[in-house]
Design a protein around this ligand. Structure first.
Ligand code: NI
Length: 465
């Protein structure tokens, strides 16, 4: 108990009393017992304190009571829907589909939405599904919630009843959790549709894992129009964060990502007679070393940038054979659109110049990937505060900036957006594997928290309008 603060003593949901600083010297233990007796309530629900300086107005009592009632309602719904949402997640997990191939996943989502009675459209952006839940005055405020739904080309190594039945394909990035959570949110918000004003647009998005990204296709198709959402929320599992916790970071969050393909051509020949050849391996080695100087010498040190080459191949070649051609593949990531353009031009110029100066040639190709992801500061600050109300300040953390990328960034370039992390790890139960590994799994209690928190954020924002 925070004894320095003015406390709020709740003696029942229909009545609450405010205590002054002196009265709160002893925590209102007796009154707290009331909440302990309520099967759906935890005693922590009444640990609500205001700073001593804050003046409490008449009427506060009523709004506070309804706030607590709404939070309780959402918690209760999340708890009661949890088993069915776990079943949905397990179905999705055992039937994963690769990016742009999510045919059955799309059908399954549509079937569930139909069961819930929620209007939706199928085959959006490929196999995506977009649903609308309208409250009172549907046009008053529109918000969007997004979940991705594709899986990865990985063979699952977990020995679990819901193991992937699609050999070589696995939900190793938690998109099954995101989709199941959003279906849970759909159920919760549909149950509460008489209690909010506005419309919630649910976007079940395909193909997050593969360029050009399902988000860019959906946006092109007009998913952010008719009706146009004021902003968008998305959540993503984070196994390094313990279940029960969530992470919000206002501002820059994830990097842009571009793919780089180089083809260095020389003239093959006998390894013992280099004077008769143009060695593309040596040229490629010079290019590799020189390109790193783009990051170390040209990038603003305050703008994170990463250049990594993960693949080098030579066409032919042996200990005594100089090949004709070497190919290199890499990734460039950063947080500034202007610099992104400049770096690409510099890399191309440098690679081509080095190859030419050494008698060879270089084809330089960039495949533009996702832009950087920026969380709207005001929206994310509010969401973080709502998360504190829902989960307690000890369960809301600020994750670091990440050099990984995510196609949710496309939305963030168009409308205010907030992408946050959902803790799914549980070291005590051995659930620690990172995403994109064949042993990745989640603590499924994260589904209860994921759907409850997202519903709470949506309701609070609609209330805010
Ligand atoms: Ni992912």
């Amino acid at each position: 108990m925070n004894r320095d603060a003015v406390g709020i003593e709740l003696t029942g949901l229909k009545r609450c009393l405010f205590l002054s600083g002196s009265q709160i010297q002893t925590p209102p233990v007796k009154e707290l017992q009331f909440f302990k007796k309520q099967p759906e309530m935890q005693t922590e629900e009444v640990k609500i304190f205001y700073p001593p300086a804050q003046r409490l107005f008449p009427g506060c009592c009523q709004s506070l009571t309804s706030k607590i009632m709404l939070k309780e309602k959402i918690r209760r719904l999340a708890k009661s829907f949890h088993p069915s949402i776990v079943a949905i997640r397990r179905h999705l997990h055992s039937h994963p589909e690769l990016s742009f191939q999510e045919v059955e996943t799309g059908k399954f989502i549509a079937t569930k939405l139909r069961e819930f009675g929620i209007a939706h459209e199928v085959n959006r952006g490929g196999h995506g599904v977009v649903a609308l839940i309208q409250g009172e005055k549907p046009g008053k405020k529109i918000i969007a919630l997004r979940a991705d739904m594709d899986a990865l080309p990985i063979s699952e190594a977990n020995d679990v009843p819901y193991k992937s039945q699609n050999q070589g394909v696995m939900h190793a990035c938690g998109h099954d959790v995101h989709t199941a959570s959003l279906l849970g949110v759909a159920r919760i918000l549909y149950s509460l549709k008489d209690e909010f004003e506005g419309t919630v647009k649910l976007i079940f998005q395909p193909a997050e894992e593969k360029l050009p990204g399902g988000a860019s296709i959906l946006i092109e198709e007009g998913v952010l129009e008719n009706p146009r959402p004021a902003f968008i929320f998305g959540q993503h599992v984070l196994p390094g964060l313990e279940v029960g916790k969530v992470g919000f970071r206002p501002g820059l969050f994830m990097a842009s990502s571009d793919e780089i393909y180089l083809s260095v051509k020389g003239k093959g020949g006998h390894g013992a007679l280099p004077q008769n050849s143009i060695d593309p391996i040596l040229i490629a080695a010079h290019i590799l070393t020189a390109l790193q100087q783009i990051v170390s010498r040209h990038a603003n040190p305050l703008t994170p940038s990463v250049l990594t080459f993960g693949k080098i191949n030579s066409a032919g070649g042996a200990t005594n054979v100089i090949p004709n051609e070497v190919t290199l593949e890499g990734t460039f990531r950063t947080f500034d659109e202007e610099w992104r353009e400049e770096a690409q031009l510099r890399m191309k110029k440098m690679a081509e110049g080095i190859a030419e100066s050494m008698g060879g040639s270089c084809q330089f190709e960039i495949v533009r990937g996702y832009p950087f992801l920026k969380n709207d500061e005001a929206l994310t600050d509010r969401a973080r505060q709502f998360a504190v109300e829902y989960l307690g300040s000890e369960n809301v953390v600020e994750p670091d900036v990440r050099m990984t990328s995510e196609d949710f960034a496309f939305y963030s370039q168009k409308i205010p957006a907030c992408f946050y992390r959902l803790g799914t790890g549980n070291p005590a139960r051995g659930i620690t594997s990172p995403v994109h590994t064949n042993t990745f799994d989640v603590d499924e209690d994260s589904l209860r928290i994921g759907m409850g928190l997202m519903s709470w954020l949506a309701m609070k924002e609609l209330e805010n309008s």
